[in-house]
Design a binder for this molecule. Structure first.
Ligand code: GLY
Length: 375
């Protein structure tokens, strides 16, 4: 396994619990990068995903409770899953109509969601204010503490004796004309019958990959910040134009995130912080008195068509699990099962849209969503 982010650790854990001999190699800190930087929203519907991708995201959401519980039992760390809904607020009539339409469409499919007028919205979240007209509550969604999830996965992998080589430096794939041979890094050559590239925003740059098996992954920067909030200031995840706000049990309120085409730059900028705070203050006017506790930036792995690459490449034994863009935390459990199945030779026709052997159309995902816009 190359990459010890949530995706790589999730696959390693799933393979190990099925009895495979697994080793994880990461150039950097395990559970770092996007896995650490994200807010942990589990939002297949609020993220406005469509088609087979929505179905895969929903499949992963359904796996989450058992996944988090199993990791807690195996390694002793609770990733604090909360499925108490995501509340998306509207400031104008056009947004109200869009949210009402989405709630009706979701409810018609049996997905728990309802529209709330201004009074009902403020009863749920009294700190919301200003010019809010109403909100959509998607009760099926929620969030997980992604930093704790990284620790939970590492502990569960340790319980299964999965070695994790951290700070391994630059590694390269070794393959002949037909199939994978292993991974070479500063510490030497590790032979392997199967190699999974789960290197997140760096997955497209893995050295030694034959041209026919490369995937076009690009980094998409997201800046975030955390505020120290009083108890019960916000109860659940909020989604407003320009920012989402995710409360943590430790008293931090996460505010994210910019979407920027900035290469591997992870600086926190004045423009980025201002955009997030402007949007957050509009939703929660009392937030202006809260202390800024932390700022950071991470790199999402973007793909040209906005879909992940999941499965075996043209090089036999070389698999890719990357390009999850905004949904890597949500997709960790389903990706783990899908890649473990693929390594075992099981085919899942419903995942054909995500084949690494497809030729993806379009520019990369940041362009689709409007680079340099928040949320
Ligand atoms: N999943 C939210 C984001 O990528 O900003």
């Amino acid at each position: 396994m190359i990459g010890a982010g949530l995706i790589g650790l999730g696959i390693a854990y799933e393979l190990a619990r099925r009895g495979a001999d697994v080793r994880v190699i990461d150039a950097r800190e395990p559970g770092g990068a996007a896995s650490w930087a994200g807010a942990g929203m589990l939002a297949p519907y609020t993220e406005s995903i469509a088609g087979p991708y929505e179905a895969f995201c929903a499949r992963s959401l359904a796996l989450y409770p058992a996944f988090v519980e199993e990791l807690r039992e195996r390694g002793g760390i609770d990733a604090r899953l909360r499925l108490d809904g995501i509340l998306e607020v509207a400031y104008d009539r056009g947004e109200v109509a869009r949210l009402r339409g989405r709630v009706e469409a979701l409810a018609a499919r049996g997905i728990a969601a309802r529209y709330l007028d201004r009074e009902a919205t403020l009863r749920l979240e009294p700190a919301l204010g200003g010019d809010i007209l109403g909100a959509a509550l998607c009760e099926a969604e929620g969030c997980v503490d992604n930093r704790r999830l990284g620790r939970a996965l590492r502990a569960a992998c340790a319980a299964l004796d999965v070695p994790i080589d951290a700070h391994a430096g630059d590694v390269a794939l070794e393959a002949d004309a037909r199939r994978v041979l292993g991974v070479r890094g500063p510490a030497g050559f590790v032979p392997a019958t199967h190699v999974v590239n789960a290197a997140g925003a760096w997955a497209g740059a893995l050295a030694g990959v034959p041209a026919s098996s490369r995937v076009p992954i690009v980094p998409v920067k997201g800046q975030m910040l955390a505020l120290a909030m009083p108890r019960a200031f916000v109860h659940r995840t909020l989604w407003a134009p320009g920012a989402y706000l995710v409360p943590r049990d430790d008293g931090r309120l996460l505010v994210g995130a910019t979407v920027e085409d900035a290469g591997f730059d992870v600086r926190v900028t004045a423009r980025g912080v201002r955009a997030l705070l402007d949007a957050a203050l509009r939703a929660l006017p009392a937030l202006g008195d809260l202390a800024v506790a932390e700022t950071w930036a991470g790199l999402r792995p973007g793909s040209p068509d906005g879909l992940p690459f999941l499965g075996e490449t043209a090089t036999s034994g070389y698999f890719v699990a990357a390009g999850h863009y905004r949904n890597g935390i949500l997709l960790t459990p389903a990706t783990a099962v899908a890649i473990a199945d693929a390594v075992e030779g099981k085919r899942d026709a419903s995942l054909a849209a995500f084949s690494p052997q497809r030729v993806p159309a379009g520019e990369h995902a940041a362009h689709d969503l409007g680079a340099k816009e928040a949320v």
